[in-house]
Ligand binder design. Structure first.
Ligand code: SF4
Length: 426
């Protein structure tokens, strides 16, 4: 029996797909990438953007056609399965099972013997690791209590649940023994972690005591309101916590941030950015920015541009507001037309790209640790890697390097977004 798993959406979803895939393989079901030979197709869906849902509807229709000519079990899980359970059943009747995010493990019994045992609750599984991985996710919490007015996550993922400290430490020890070099702690609102009085900085301190091989700890996605001084001090003093921080901005306008229910206004966000810059050596930011939220004026959009200038992130995930049925923002008056949203987004992207290229040029000359990710496609003596700030490097080495090795590289040039490097130490 063979399964094919398609996955969409955030890193949490991707990590959960890896865990599910491992569970399926451990149950004796073979993995395939070829739909023609699959006995079961599982689609792990995402509801955050309408475009993702549209794409998934297209994939469902493709598999619906495939089912006309051969026997195939089609299973939908993930956020769309939570949000659109009834729609899926009526509009895509060829879908055999719609299984919510917290019941993913029942997919195994469903595929193997047609039994849907909803009692098998999906928890945080110790199976995100694949043999040979040098980088791994460690989910530490799930769900969200923040209810940003544009976001569907609290409705489909439910309220925040933190994974037990013992489970997290067990998994970290396991990954460290396996020689993993980089872990990313995951959660929809990762820095609100709290288990039996152990908060997020407390958990990081316990994790740090367990490390021998792991060199970088990252975390995704924090909320600005939960960025405590304790957390900032820890990042500032602890080299193994990567100083590339994802801090979602969303908007530069206090009025829009309030409408979004983001809980931190423009001044508070700028104060946080400046405080972190002062405290953390060699800090860089990644951020999320949304334009075209209902009622956003040109002046408020300009405020977002100016906040990007102040923050100058090295990575920015930029998008325009996408109406999600079932969220408060979907019912707001003053929805912005697609053309205006598109223009604002394109302008934001153009400005960010131009600024980023200039900033990257000033970083030529940096000497840094680079995690090797593999060879370049056309030249086997050249290698690719990324540094603590997620910047890409391409460099030559006279000795063969394996993915997962840490080397020291000097950036001597820049081609597009990739630094041309000289290896100093391997
Ligand atoms: S913090 Fe806001 S944007 Fe992030 S998952 Fe929670 S509700 Fe959604």
């Amino acid at each position: 029996m063979k399964f094919l798993l398609e996955s969409y959406g955030c890193q949490m979803n991707m990590a959960e797909s890896v865990a599910l895939e491992n569970e399926l393989i451990h149950s004796g079901i073979e993995k395939t990438e070829n739909a023609e030979e699959a006995d079961a197709v599982i689609i792990n869906t995402c509801s955050v953007r309408k475009s993702a849902e549209d794409r998934i509807w297209g994939r469902l229709s493709y598999y619906g056609h495939l089912k006309k000519s051969r026997k195939l079990k089609l299973v939908v899980t993930g956020c769309m399965a939570e949000r659109l359970q009834e729609d899926l059943k009526s509009s895509a009747p060829y879908v055999d099972a719609v299984i919510g995010t917290n019941e993913k493990l029942s997919i195994i019994s469903y595929i193997t013997d047609d039994r849907l045992d909803k009692a098998e609750k999906y928890t945080f599984e110790k199976s995100y690791y694949n043999e040979g991985d040098y980088s791994s996710y460690v989910p530490i919490m799930n769900g969200c209590n923040n209810f940003c007015t544009y976001c569907i996550v609290p409705y489909v993922r439910g309220r925040e649940i933190s994974r037990s400290v013992d489970e997290v430490l067990d998994e970290v020890r396991f990954l460290d023994r396996k020689g993993v070099k980089e872990i990313t702690l995951l959660g929809q609102n990762v820095n609100s972690y709290n288990y039996d009085g152990v908060n997020f900085p407390g958990l990081l301190k316990l994790i740090l005591k367990e490390l021998n091989n792991i060199q970088w700890i990252r975390f995704e996605s924090p909320h600005p309101k939960d960025f405590s001084d304790e957390l900032i001090d820890l990042i500032a003093t602890e080299e193994r916590i990567a100083s590339h921080i994802h801090l979602p901005m969303q908007s530069g306008s206090s009025r829009i941030l309030k409408l979004m229910n983001r809980k931190a206004d423009r001044e508070a966000f700028i104060y946080l950015v400046e405080k972190m810059r002062k405290a953390i050596p060699d800090l860089s930011f990644a951020t999320d920015v949304m334009v075209g939220f209902p009622t956003e004026t040109e002046e408020e959009y300009e405020e977002t541009l100016s906040m990007m200038e102040i923050m100058h992130p090295l990575e920015a995930f930029m998008y325009f507001y996408n109406l999600r049925e079932g969220t408060p923002a979907a019912k707001m008056d003053g929805q912005i037309d697609e053309k205006t949203k598109g223009r604002r987004l394109q302008n934001l992207i153009d400005i960010q790209m131009e600024r980023l290229f200039k900033e990257k040029e000033t970083r030529v000359g940096q000497v840094c640790k680079v995690l090797v990710t593999g060879n370049t496609r056309d030249d086997k003596s050249k290698f690719l890697g990324r540094n603590e700030h997620n910047e890409m490097f391409s460099f030559a080495s006279t000795c063969p390097l394996t993915a997962g090795k840490m080397v020291t590289v000097k950036a001597v040039g820049l081609k597009g977004n990739t630094y041309l490097g000289e290896m100093i130490d391997g």
